[in-house]
Design a binder for this molecule. Structure first.
Ligand code: 6R9
Length: 556
């Protein structure tokens, strides 16, 4: 059995939305969770309605729905205002002929307009495709082309990265700067399109290890998962000020930055601009943030700033959560010793649509573990034949399927979708883990070549494909190199075409080439030139595993 941390941290005193996990675990039923939502009675399903409009109908229209804060801007909107804006955006989209099931992409920085656009698309029954603001030309183009998006909402700055001529399905580009002032022809028209639980909600692209990013499509039924995990894991209460630091282009930013908090009627914080420790602490002080959901890389960056937190009043903070990459025990101890708060790790994936393994606020935390299965979720650790392994053994982390948040399909790729269900009755995550006697799950790594840098999933294939488009690069193998701050960093091994000489300028040019065409987070931070790359004897495939072994040996 792998060695695991034995120290635990008890819950701090307080009232929690769920305080008896073992009892609830046995009796919990997803159907019951749905009853809170309007559609349970009305039969009319629309996640945007449940997220915003429902609260206005229930008399909470004047409650602050969001605080927006950027270097030179600060504003707030109530639930009524968000409702009106999503209605207006929805009507404009309808005027442009958007219909149920159409794919509408949103390519905007983290602003209220980004959130409003996503909800407006959903409100009129179309499928929202949020794109991360740092994506470059090819990343934007590939995603819209894959599911044939017809409309794009962007701004006059980001539109420069949209190569319209290469996206034949794209009929309309709308600028968020203009939508507000554009008149609608019929401002009485009913905006909400009533749907079924299985209808498409949102599509998130995520990296694979062997191909282009895949479009993970979620259905409206996911809102049950979002609602319930928001209640129990985020522990949202009516006077909370909730801040999720992720952009809605990543699944954490949509599910736990938008849906889960707003389904639970929380006031959310939307923060623009780049990471800066001072600004983050200042924001928490100014807005009296109570609940904060972020990622290990961000916590490690704050930790590296030492006592900086002492300059700020963080007394409103009561609940911290983490996701996306392994959360080091030392980070948990740092927060406990310095902020007096535990960090609650959560494990899930784009494909799972919501939390599956969690640390509930009222439960013991074992630093080093990701927590225990969410009520209603059964985890299995499987061997390569799909048999369950005894507690304490490392194997494939799998989950009994289905559950409400589980993806509906991989866009246009049934084989890929089916590959997640190769063991009868189980969803296979691709992660390796062990589960201890108490049910706590410990992450052990990936079973494939996926890279996790600062919580972002990066497929080596996509980076390799981009590298070899550069005229100097003959072949490329890309791996995640262990890194204290980012978990892993993207490292490329390349061979050069004849006629090219290795030089610092050339390597920098190659790095910028990937950065400019793909995205900043996928650009290799290190590039090493080799005479040849290790390959499999029979098929001649580049052996990423070998490259990784070398790299790890170098570090040790
Ligand atoms: C929500 C999200 C999913 C992959 C997942 C795993 C890694 C996520 C983690 C974690 C260790 C945690 N991951 N949470 N690893 N501890 N608490 O992150 O989705 O971007 O699809 O990534 O991230 O490897 O399989 P996504």
């Amino acid at each position: 059995m792998a060695s695991i941390a034995q120290t635990t941290i008890s819950p701090v005193k307080g009232s929690f939305n769920l305080s008896n996990y073992d009892c609830v675990r046995k009796s919990f039923d997803w159907e019951d969770a749905s009853k809170e939502l309007h559609f349970w009675e009305s039969g009319k399903v629309n996640a945007a309605y449940e997220t915003i409009d429902r609260h206005v109908v229930d008399g909470y229209g004047d409650k602050i729905a969001l605080h927006y804060i950027n270097e030179n801007e600060k504003r707030s909107l109530t639930f009524s205002e968000v409702k009106e804006k999503t209605d207006h955006y929805g009507r404009i989209l309808k005027q442009h002929g958007v219909k149920k099931g159409d794919r509408v992409f949103i390519f905007l920085p983290k602003t209220p307009e980004c959130y409003i656009s996503i909800l407006a698309v959903i409100k009129i029954g179309a499928i929202a495709g949020p794109l991360f603001e740092a994506f470059m030309e090819d990343a934007v183009k590939d995603r819209i082309n894959d599911c044939k998006g017809t409309v794009l909402i962007t701004d006059k700055d980001l539109v420069q990265r949209v190569q319209r001529a290469d996206i034949p399905s794209l009929e309309t580009i709308l600028f968020s700067e203009d939508i507000e002032a554009t008149p609608v022809e019929n401002d009485r028209e009913e905006v909400v399109e009533w749907l079924g639980k299985e209808d498409g909600l949102i599509i998130h692209y995520t990296s694979g290890s062997t191909g282009k990013p895949k479009g993970v499509l979620h259905a409206h039924r996911s809102m049950i998962h979002h609602l319930q995990s928001g209640k129990w894991v985020l522990d949202i209460k009516d006077d909370d000020v909730y801040w999720c630091t992720s952009h809605p282009g990543w699944v954490t930013g949509s599910v736990y930055g938008l849906f889960a908090p707003w389904l639970n009627r929380a006031t959310i914080v939307i923060q623009g601009g780049r990471f800066k420790a001072e600004n983050w602490y200042q924001l928490m002080e100014d807005l009296k943030v109570t609940t904060w959901y972020s990622a290990p890389t961000a916590f490690r960056m704050l930790m590296s700033q030492g006592d900086l937190f002492k300059n700020y009043d963080l007394s409103s903070l009561r609940h911290i959560l983490s996701v996306g990459e392994p959360l080091n025990p030392e980070v948990i101890h740092w927060a406990w010793n310095n902020l007096g708060l535990r960090i609650h790790d959560t494990w899930w994936m784009t494909e799972t649509g919501g939390h599956l393994i969690v640390n509930l606020p009222a439960e013991l935390i074992k630093p080093g573990s990701m927590g225990r299965p969410f009520p209603g979720i059964t985890v299995g650790i499987l061997d390569d034949e799909g048999n369950e392994l005894p507690r304490g053994e490392v194997g494939q982390l799998a989950v009994r399927a289905p559950w409400p948040g589980l993806m509906k399909e991989i866009w246009g790729n049934k084989d890929k979708f089916d590959s997640y269900f190769k063991y009868e009755g189980w969803y296979s995550s691709g992660d390796l883990a062990l589960q201890d006697e108490d049910g706590y799950v410990f992450f052990q790594g990936r079973s494939d070549d996926m890279i996790n840098s600062a919580g972002e999933r990066i497929g080596p294939f996509e980076v390799e494909s981009k590298l070899i488009e550069h005229p100097a690069v003959a072949e490329a193998g890309v791996i995640g190199k262990p890194d204290a701050l980012r978990g892993e960093l993207v490292k490329a091994f390349i061979t050069l075409r004849t006629g090219f000489q290795e030089s610092e300028e050339l390597l920098e040019e190659i790095r910028l080439f990937v950065r400019k065409n793909l995205s900043a987070h996928a650009a290799p931070r290190e590039i090493e030139v080799m005479n040849e790359l290790p390959k499999t004897k029979i098929s001649g495939k580049i052996l990423r595993r070998k490259l990784k072994e070398w790299e790890i040996q170098k570090v040790q």
